[in-house]
Design a protein around this ligand. Structure first.
Ligand code: NDP
Length: 506
């Protein structure tokens, strides 16, 4: 059919053969059966059947954009990373935002943490900082991750989301309380992606030109200001526009309103780490600003929408393992677990050559001897040697990139060491958040959001789960606990009777 447009390009098969008929399959006469030889029908149907790839198990619903990171302050005393080596230096970035628990078609305004995954295309390789809009997380050991995420997904029997599963798990894992508090505040329902902070969340390290290491936290503060939906507004937006955050991001960039974030870091020396009241590598804890002030680094601006959602956003793959010279890991257990699990997830979803997909590809040098495999689409090393060492190419392992050693205090930590002082204080920081950071309005909405969410707990274990979780809120702050108990119609004296018991014994 001709739609009246100027004819500029011939229609072709995937192999490039021009063809004449894209709607009617060849048949034996106008009313007869179809001919097998019309392979274009097969090609179209077969490709359509294969349009879906496995969705991400977590962070399935997402939005992405390209932008620029610009250095505004000199931090060379902490890091030799080339991305930071000159004030005014610009580096291309790709950022993917997401919700966490929902499927690919889920609503953008659900109460959920938001993913904040960044790829910096640097001359020393791609640096991925795969964070969230929260500085902490629900668990501090990756062995718990699968169990925890199951509670955020669908009940195996009803196939519905289950507040009972969620609160049962949280109440039995009090280390989740800090993140639960943030999630239940109005920051759990940000207005799209532009009005929220991003955090590297984990503790990383930075290494300077003298090969000295410091521990580091990354903070991306929104320059649009924090703006959140309250619970009712988020629910209303869910019914109006499931894709609110996606639409907001695309439209704001198309309209030239480029969102920006100020990158700041917190720095801790190894001596400070040894004296720190909490484990500085515990993902359920923050470093207080008054002890570890924010240091300005630069500004990230998003200014270009991807041309094709599937190619660039769905196929984008971030891995905390992708660090660059001058930036490194820490003993943060969750980070250590993610170093393995993220590339593993990408190999499953996208294949072993996922780093050859243009959005993931390093635009600078890539020299190694990995060859072949599905979709080896970027030259596959051409005629160069495919083994190392060899007598032909000039590829060498540059020793100037060698990292300084880590001094470890323990040989192999046994599980029981995890109860050392400062390891299991799950209450001070969530209490500080409620008491010292939230104003009266925020306190009220946090309590009301928690009450609303806990009202969904049902079934034979309902009272047990409610008492167990209420005890955690009381341990963090008496006013917080009292407010929630009242909202749920629970007698405070009854909760007090349980307070002396371990969570698992309630
Ligand atoms: P500060 O008063 O110096 O900082 C408070 C921080 O809390 C600010 O970063 C603020 O972000 C953020 N914040 C405000 N409301 C919320 C909320 N509802 N959910 C999550 N974050 C919020 O305090 P401290 O550094 O001493 O920390 C006190 C408590 O603040 C912590 O226990 C923690 O719960 C929370 N917090 C601390 C962070 C840190 O890295 N120190 C980071 C984020 C939260 P903003 O400035 O953008 O408004």
């Amino acid at each position: 059919m001709n739609n009246g447009k100027e004819k500029t390009q011939k229609l072709t098969t995937a192999s490039g053969r021009p063809y004449v008929e894209n709607e009617n399959t060849q048949s034996v006469g106008p009313r007869g059966p179809l001919l097998l030889q019309d392979y274009i029908l097969h090609e179209k149907m077969a490709h359509f059947n294969r349009e879906r790839i496995p969705e991400r198990v977590v962070h399935a619903k997402g939005s992405g954009a390209y932008g620029t990171f610009t250095v505004t302050h000199d931090i060379s005393k902490y890091t030799k990373a080339k991305v930071f080596n000159k004030i005014g230096k610009e580096t291309k970035v790709f950022l993917r935002f997401s919700t966490v628990g929902g499927e690919k078609g889920s609503a953008d305004t659900e109460r959920d943490p938001r993913g904040f995954a960044m790829k910096f295309y640097t001359e020393d390789g791609n640096w991925d900082l795969v964070g969230n809009n929260t500085p902490v997380f629900f668990i501090k050991d990756p062995k718990k991750f699968g169990d925890f995420i199951h509670t955020q997904k669908r009940d195996p029997y009803t196939n519905c989301k289950s507040p009972t599963m969620m609160w049962d798990y949280w109440s039995l894992n009090p280390e989740s309380l800090h993140q639960v508090m943030i999630l239940m505040s109005d920051r759990g329902t940000p207005i799209g992606y532009r009005f929220m902070n991003g955090y590297g969340s984990h503790t990383f390290s930075m290494i300077n030109a003298k090969n000295e290491r410091v521990w580091v936290k990354f903070h991306f503060k929104t320059m649009q200001g924090i703006k959140n939906f309250n619970d009712a507004e988020a629910a209303e937006m869910k019914s109006k526009d499931m894709d609110f955050s996606q639409r907001d991001l695309v439209e704001s960039i198309d309209n030239g309103h480029f969102p920006k974030w100020a990158l700041k870091i917190q720095v801790m020396t190894n001596d400070q780490a040894k004296k720190f009241k909490w484990n500085p590598f515990d993902l359920t804890k923050i470093w207080p600003h008054k002890d570890f002030p924010l240091i300005d680094v630069g500004v990230m601006e998003l200014n270009e929408n991807p041309k094709n959602y599937f190619a660039e956003v769905e196929q984008s793959a971030f891995a905390p393992a992708h660090i660059i010279d001058g930036i490194s890991y820490s003993p943060d257990k969750m980070l250590q677990g993610r170093l393995l699990s993220y590339p593993d997830a990408h190999r499953y979803r996208l294949g072993g050559n996922y780093e050859q997909i243009p959005v993931n590809r390093c635009p600078y040098m890539v020299n190694n001897y990995q060859r072949d495999g599905h979709m080896a689409v970027s030259g596959n090393g051409g005629s160069a040697p495919n083994y190392w060492p060899n007598s032909f190419d000039g590829v060498y392992a540059d020793q100037s990139y060698k990292e300084p050693a880590w001094d470890l205090e323990h040989s192999i930590a046994d599980w029981y060491d995890r109860n050392a002082e400062g390891e299991n204080d799950h209450y001070t920081q969530p209490g500080n958040l409620f008491r010292d950071v939230m104003d009266e309005e925020q306190k009220k909405s946090t309590i009301s959001n928690i009450v609303g969410a806990m009202k969904g707990i049902s079934g034979p274990k309902k009272d047990q789960i409610i008492y167990r979780q209420l005890c955690h809120f009381f341990r963090a702050d008496v006013n917080l606990g009292t407010g929630i108990a009242k909202g749920l119609g629970v007698n405070v004296d009854e909760v007090m009777k349980h307070l002396k018991h371990e969570p698992a014994k309630i």
